[in-house]
Design a protein around this ligand. Sequence first.
Ligand code: ZN
Length: 308
Amino acid sequence: MQSPKYRFNQKDKKKWPIILAVIIGSLLLLTPVVWIGLHNWNLDNSLSALNFERKIDEPNPNAPEPTDSSVAKVDEGVEEPNQPQKPETPKEPLPPKEQEKTETPVKTPDEPKESPTPPVEKPANDEYIPNQKYPTTPTIVEGLIIANKHHPLPSDYNKGEDPKAREAFNQMAAAAKLDGFELVAFSTFRSFERQQALYNKYVEKDGQQAADQYSARPGYSEHQTGLAFDIGEKNFEQHWASVTFGNTPAGQWVANNAHKYGFILRYPLGKETITGYMHESWHFRYVGVVPATDMFTHKQTLEEYLDL
Ligand SMILES: [Zn+2]
């Protein structure tokens, strides 16, 4: 009983390694076959099954397309909150710009220096520029001296009444007399000191805000140029320095003929924001016949004519 068992064991002792090798070898060969078999004998599917993400594509018959779409879906899924992909790319560069902008505020100490330079705070033509200093020379544009609320004269500019302007006025007055109007220049040159005294008196009386409405500050009056003539009619003093002068026949004559002698109505009605002054039907400024005729023809103020 023991001998055959013994024989058997002894015979098998030599065969055991071979049997084990065959079994292991068979298992190694069968594993891939079984693995492929589990995936319907599709090698691609079997290999892709090793990749979890690709396994999602398995249901799709077309291998390449599903892969792309699935990848796209994954991307969209991740970035879904920012659905508009195309706008997104521009959006991404923007944040950095905003960051740059936020960086510039860091430089704010420099900005205040730059901001006053732009004309943002530049006052309107009918407002004075705060803390403006008097120049050492007058502003002259195209040969015409400027005196308005943005362009003061030097405080020592004191040339008196302009002879050419006076001569032109005399010719105009002579022509007006032929038409029955006796013109008077009741105020022409006014020195800086004279204007200062007048202005201070008005401020004391009505306050600065009110005084600024009808009287120029010293250095800003066109009368200091010696080229401004306040014109009225003799014996009609009630219309002197009054808007009503413009409604009188004499006032209308001057308004329609002054340019022929080189004078312009300096502060016309409706141009207050450009000239900076209320309408003054009596205030004329000598500029010469050609410029005066140009401005009269085109209904331009001195500021518009010189593009100030
Ligand atoms: Zn005047």
